[in-house]
Design a protein around this ligand. Structure first.
Ligand SMILES: Cc1ncc(COP(=O)(O)O)c(C=O)c1O
Length: 437
């Protein structure tokens, strides 16, 4: 008998999950004694408890109970190169040869800077830091210093880090910024808001594709309007490409041919080690140049840590080359189309949004997803949780919020396993989907 309601279906999947994962559960309980919520990242929690991961290789991860999953989460888009022992050995050997804590600048930091600046059109100079959040804080600080204006335009649903969250409400831990909010992809509405606040706005902070809100691509007209308004009114335009910079060799700025004043980076660019960076126009970054009178000091013990600099340089130059980047994102476009065709053929209210190899499943009747409001209601969120737990039962690992991110390690067979698992889910829960969405 199929479960009649969504709550029952979820309960059923949670019971199956709990029974199958006694070691993860025990480890979660141990971890909760020392870590609030059993981890150090809210993102990785889902009820009843998250799988505790033991190791990874190739396209796969293994949990503590010994189950093997095809990893379509890729550490929330970091994992472009997969779990590649040969690449990791090469990086670790280089780190080991040079040593950590060298107490000064190193050649690898300049090499990584050159490589990133040569790929991303907006970057004449770049400054490294430790996370995407930090990169955004730095970009905002530079914009405020350059313009002398306090307010920042952000978009409803955007995520710029743990302290810069503008989901349905502002994140409770947000830094105290003066923000003005607009609707993503709303050209006329946003233009009016910019016009009204212009004298006060120092920065426009925007993801060229909303990531955490569900991989909602910004359309070219909207992003170009932001560029034009920023230029016209002397506002610093910041593209947060922490998630999107992997979607083309020069990021979405290159693909859309729209150049921001500053770009923030993170995730895969450190080769799997902690990473953040803010790059952009020479004149803005030069404010950090200690040779200039009146420069702005910006420290950070680990900004140039050897592991991230070497990891980033080797993985970007030897693994995630422009050619590999294009191939991976073309594969992602194919997968997304395949999943959407599957939904259309079976007439179920499911849509996969995104660009290239980063995408998100939604349970909605909308065919075009342009704003967070199009991604469905509370039932859509519950259905994503159900999908996540059900796919785990098929050895397929995606995020509980529906995020899917491909890496170079995925084979055609792996993609087939994902499509088959989604097909199985859709066929099993067709009636439920029809009732709930
Ligand atoms: C668009 C975007 N900006 C910023 C961040 C924050 O990066 P980090 O987690 O490295 O602080 C994220 C992280 O997911 C992100 O997706």
């Amino acid at each position: 008998m199929l479960p009649a309601t969504l709550t029952e279906a979820l309960r059923h999947e949670e019971e199956r999950f709990t029974a199958a994962n006694p070691r993860s559960r025990a480890q979660f309980e141990t971890a909760c004694r020392w870590l609030p919520g059993g981890s150090t990242r809210t993102t990785v929690f889902y009820p009843p408890f998250p799988l505790m991961m033991a190791r990874g290789e190739g396209a796969f991860v293994w949990d503590l109970d010994g189950h093997r999953y095809c990893n379509f989460l890729g550490e929330y888009t970091v994992g472009v190169c997969g779990h590649d022992p040969a690449l990791l050995d090469r990086i670790l050997a280089e780190i080991s040869r040079r040593g950590l804590m060298l107490s000064g600048p190193t050649e690898f930091e300049a090499r990584l800077a050159e490589l990133i600046c040569s790929r991303f059109p907006s970057c004449e100079l770049i400054r490294f830091c430790n996370s995407g959040t930090e990169a955004n804080l730095l970009a905002l600080a530079l914009a405020r210093r350059a313009t002398g204006r306090e307010a920042v335009l952000v978009f409803q649903g955007s995520y710029h880090g743990g302290f810069l969250t503008y989901a349905v409400d502002d994140g409770p831990l947000n830094v105290p910024l003066r923000t003005v909010k607009a609707r993503y992809n709303d050209v006329a509405g946003t233009q009016a808001i910019i016009g009204a606040a212009a004298g006060d706005l120092g920065a426009i902070l925007v993801e060229p594709m909303l990531g955490a809100a569900g991989c909602i691509p910004g359309n070219a007209e909207f992003l170009q309007m932001l560029r034009d308004e920023a230029t016209r009114r002397g506002i610093v335009l910041i593209f947060d490409e922490v998630m999107t910079s992997r979607l083309a060799p020069g990021g979405l700025q290159e693909q859309l041919a729209i150049t921001p004043d500053l770009t923030t980076f993170g995730k895969y660019l450190g080769g799997g080690f902690s990473f953040g960076a803010c790059g952009g126009r020479r004149q803005l970054l030069a404010m950090l140049d200690a040779r200039n009178p009146g420069f702005a000091a910006h420290g950070g013990t680990f900004n140039n840590n050897v592991a991230s600099m070497i990891g980033g340089y080797i993985s970007l130059s030897e693994c995630y080359t422009p050619q590999a980047n294009r191939r991976l994102n073309a594969l992602g476009d194919q997968l997304r189309s395949g999943l959407n065709e599957l939904a259309d053929r079976n007439e179920v209210p499911l849509r996969v949004s995104g660009r290239g190899a980063v995408m998100n499943v939604h349970f909605t009747r909308e065919r075009e997803i342009a704003t967070p409001g199009d991604t469905g209601d509370a039932n859509s969120l519950l259905l994503k949780k159900l999908l996540h737990l059900a796919l785990l039962g098929d050895s397929v690992y995606i995020a509980s919020r529906g995020l899917i991110s491909l890496g170079l390690m995925h084979s055609d067979e792996d993609l087939e396993s994902l499509i088959a698992a989604v097909r199985g889910f859709v066929l099993k829960h067709r009636v439920l989907l029809e009732q709930c969405v």
